[in-house]
Design a binder for this molecule. Structure first.
Ligand code: SF4
Length: 406
C-alpha cells in the first residue's frame, strides 16, 4: 500500500473526511425520502452495517421537508443528493443536511451553483462535486467526444472554480465511471490536479457478483495507491450489502479497525477430511450473527490446517472424524466432527470475554498430545506433504535417468 495522498480536510457532520481521517464508507437509501419513517429505518440499518455517511435523494419538496426529521434523528451524517433543481439544494441546507452532492452535469447555471455554495458556506457544510460519466456536462462531452478521464476531470474543475469564486473550499470530488480502467485513470488524473479529498466509486456497477468485482477492482486499486477518502460500492442490491462490503473491504486492506468477523478457510483439496465448503458456510453464518471481531479459520485437514492458519485468532481443522480446535496455531481442544461449528462459537465467545492469552492458558491438557497422534496417523496413511519436494525430485531423477531411457 502506498502512503495516503495528502488532502485538504472537510467535516461531514461528525465524520472527518480527508487524509487526516480514516477512509469512510458511504451508502445511499433506496426508499422514497418523503417517507420519513421508512427512510430513517433504512438509514439505521445502513449505519448498523458499516455506513459512516448516508446519502438520500432530495428530489421533491416533500423529500426536503422529510429531511428535517431525518437529519435530526439520524445516527450518521446525511448528505442530500441533488439533480437538476438547485432550489431543492437550498431547501435541503435549510432542512439541516450535513452535506450536499451536486451533479455538475445537470445543475449547470453558474449563478445558481454559486447561490447554493454561499448557503453551504453560511451553514458550514461541505459539497461533493459528483461527476458521473453517464450524465456529463453536454458541452464538455461535445468537446471531448466521449466521457474520457480528461472530460470528467474538466467538469469537476469547472464546478470547483465556481465554488472557489465565492470562497467556498469545503469540497470533495468524485469522477465515477462504469468502466473500471477509465474510472481508475480519471481518479489518478484528478488526484494529481487537486488537493481536495476524493470519494471513490464505480458507477452503475450492477448486481452481484459482477458489480462487487468491478467496485472492488476499481476502489482497491486506487486505495492501494493512497488515493481515496470515502468509498461507495454502487451495487444493484439491498444497500445494506454495499455498506457491509464497503466496510469489509476497508478492514481487509487494514484501512479500518476490524469490527466484524474475518472468516478464512482453506480452498479444500484431496486431503480434506470434511466438506470444508459446508462447514465454512455454517461457521460464517453462526459467527457473523455474534459480531465477533476476530479472525477464524476453517481448515480441511489437521495435517496442514493449524500450521497454515497459525495467524488466525481461532480455528478448527478436521481429521479422523474429529476437529482440532486451535488458537494462534496451538491446539487447545479436540472435539467430535459434528461439534466443530459449535466449538468455534463457544470458544469465539470465550476469546471475546477473556482474551487470547487466558484461553491459551485454559487449553485441555491432553489436546496437543491427541492432535499430534492424529496427525502422525494421517501422515502414515496419506504421506507427509512436507516430503513432497524430495519425493518429486526423486521422481524427476527417475524419469530423466538415461539408464532407464536406454
Ligand atoms: S488445509 Fe489440508 S485440506 Fe485444506 S487445502 Fe490445505 S492440505 Fe488441503
Amino acid at each position: 500500500m502506498s502512503e495516503r495522498r495528502q488532502t485538504s480536510q472537510i467535516q461531514v457532520g461528525k465524520i472527518g473526511v480527508g487524509s487526516d481521517y480514516p477512509v469512510s464508507v458511504q451508502s445511499m437509501t433506496t426508499t422514497k425520502t418523503r417517507d420519513t419513517d421508512e427512510t430513517l429505518g433504512q438509514v439505521y440499518e445502513l449505519a448498523n452495517n458499516g455506513a459512516d455517511i448516508v446519502r438520500v435523494t432530495c428530489n421533491e419538496l416533500e423529500a426536503a421537508e422529510s429531511l428535517v426529521k431525518i437529519c435530526a434523528r439520524s445516527p450518521v451524517p446525511i448528505v442530500a443528493d441533488i439533480h437538476f433543481q438547485y432550489k431543492l439544494a437550498l431547501a435541503a441546507v435549510e432542512a439541516g443536511v450535513h452535506g450536499l452532492r451536486l451533479n455538475p452535469g445537470n445543475i449547470r447555471n453558474e449563478k445558481q451553483i454559486k447561490e447554493v455554495a454561499r448557503e453551504c458556506l453560511n451553514a458550514n457544510i461541505p459539497i461533493r462535486i459528483g461527476v458521473n460519466a453517464g450524465s456529463l456536462d453536454k458541452d464538455i462531452l461535445e468537446k471531448y467526444g466521449d466521457a474520457v478521464p480528461e472530460a470528467l476531470v474538466e467538469s469537476a474543475l469547472l464546478e470547483a472554480r465556481y465554488l472557489e469564486d465565492v470562497d467556498f473550499h469545503d469540497i470533495k470530488i468524485s469522477v465515477k465511471h462504469s468502466n473500471v480502467p477509465l474510472m481508475i485513470e480519471s481518479y489518478r488524473l484528478l488526484a494529481e490536479t487537486v488537493e481536495y479529498p476524493l470519494h471513490l466509486g464505480v458507477t452503475e456497477a450492477g448486481p452481484l457478483p459482477g458489480g462487487l468485482i468491478k467496485s472492488i477492482a476499481g476502489i482497491s486499486t486506487l486505495l492501494s495507491e493512497g488515493i481515496g477518502d470515502t468509498i461507495r460500492l454502487s451495487l444493484t442490491t439491498d444497500p445494506v450489502e454495499e455498506a457491509k462490503y464497503g466496510r469489509q473491504l476497508l478492514e481487509y486492506l487494514n484501512l479500518r479497525e476490524r469490527k466484524s468477523l474475518d472468516l478464512i478457510a482453506c480452498p479444500s483439496c484431496g486431503r480434506a477430511e470434511v466438506d470444508v465448503i459446508k462447514i465454512a458456510a455454517e461457521a460464517q453464518e453462526v459467527l457473523e450473527k455474534e459480531g465477533l471481531p476476530i479472525q477464524v479459520a476453517v481448515m480441511g485437514c489437521v495435517v496442514n490446517g493449524p500450521g497454515e492458519a497459525r495467524s488466525a485468532d481461532l480455528g478448527i481443522a478436521a481429521g479422523k472424524k474429529r476437529g482440532h480446535l486451535f488458537i494462534k496455531g496451538q491446539v487447545v481442544k479436540v472435539v467430535d466432527e459434528k461439534d466443530m461449528v459449535g466449538a468455534l462459537l463457544k470458544e469465539g465467545r470465550l476469546i471475546a470475554e477473556e482474551g487470547i492469552d487466558a484461553r491459551l492458558a485454559a487449553a485441555d491438557a491432553d489436546a496437543a498430545q491427541i492432535a499430534e497422534e492424529d496427525v502422525k496417523e494421517l501422515l502414515n496413511i496419506q504421506g507427509d506433504i512436507n516430503n513432497f519436494e524430495q519425493k518429486t525430485k526423486s521422481v524427476i531423477e527417475i524419469t530423466t535417468n538415461k539408464d532407464i531411457e536406454n
